[in-house]
Design a protein around this ligand. Structure first.
Ligand code: ATP
Length: 241
């Protein structure tokens, strides 16, 4: 479904922040990314969602060689690989529902966001997705009043409504209390299991990666130094990060 080969990102006139990173992911995978500060975790997610240009490398998405196929293939990746920042942006004065309908900058065309046009189907689809995320009683609440965990889950609902097949979540549980963090990650895990969504999440703190991910990828100074499936990291492996 998603395969990256030798992804390299060089900041113009600056350092190489990703260096020959390769891995692949299949529907239903929950992959955690770990690594120390500055190791390139956020940059990896931004490159996966094409928020950042690549310096080198090949990207195969859903059977397509993205960089050989041109603009339509890139548009598909931008729509289907949703990048969620640590604190996803929601229009604060609009309701959760309206935010979900409008969509994020990378997934929804500008004209749609500015006109805010809503079809009946959009409304029903958004409400259904919000309900599935357990937020039905928050749908009509202004986004500025949602808690950190509710914002995360609302942003996931928004991404899915607009066609996301991959959720690239950057520190989705940082700053959340343990109960809320558990809820956010359980929700993401259910998406993998029930809908075949791929989740690639930076989970650098605590043991969230070990508890929720099927696989842990480790970065150190932009290089992939670990790719461990179905088990906890050993002490020696932790020291590589
Ligand atoms: N636009 C940029 N210009 C220059 N350097 C950049 C730019 N974006 C990222 N970097 C550098 O690339 C490196 C990797 O950044 P990245 O944000 O991916 O790290 P990270 O592993 O997510 O760190 P943290 O855990 O602190 O968020 C860092 O050294 C950062 O300073």
């Amino acid at each position: 479904m998603l395969r990256i080969q030798r992804l390299t990102k060089q900041i113009p006139g600056g350092p190489k922040v990703l260096d020959q990173v390769s891995f692949e992911a299949q529907p239903g995978d929950f992959i955690a990314i770990k690594g120390s500060s500055g190791s390139g975790k956020s940059m990896l997610l931004k490159c996966l969602s094409l928020q950042e240009n690549w310096t080198e490398g090949s990207y195969y998405f859903d059977g397509t060689d993205v960089f050989k196929q041109g603009i339509m293939a890139k548009r598909k990746v931008r729509q289907q690989v949703a990048y969620l920042e640590e604190k996803p942006f929601l229009f604060p004065t609009k309701t959760g529902l309206k935010n979900v309908i409008i969509g994020s900058v990378s997934q929804t065309p500008a004209w749609r966001r500015w006109t805010g046009m809503i079809r009946n189907d959009d409304y029903m689809g958004a409400m259904e997705m919000i309900e599935k995320r357990g937020l039905i009683d928050k749908a009509h609440q202004k986004a500025s009043t949602l808690s950190g965990g509710e914002r995360q889950r609302m942003a996931v609902a928004r991404a899915l409504v607009h066609g996301a097949k991959v959720i690239a979540a950057d520190e989705p549980v940082t700053g959340l209390d343990p109960h809320t963090a558990d809820q956010v990650l359980s929700d993401l895990k259910a998406l993998c299991r029930d809908q075949g969504v791929i989740v690639i999440a930076v989970l650098s703190q605590g043991d969230w990666a070990e508890r929720f991910a099927d696989r842990i990828i480790g970065l150190n100074a932009g290089k992939l130094v670990l790719d461990v499936k179905g088990r906890r990291l050993t002490e020696r492996e932790k020291q590589l990060l």
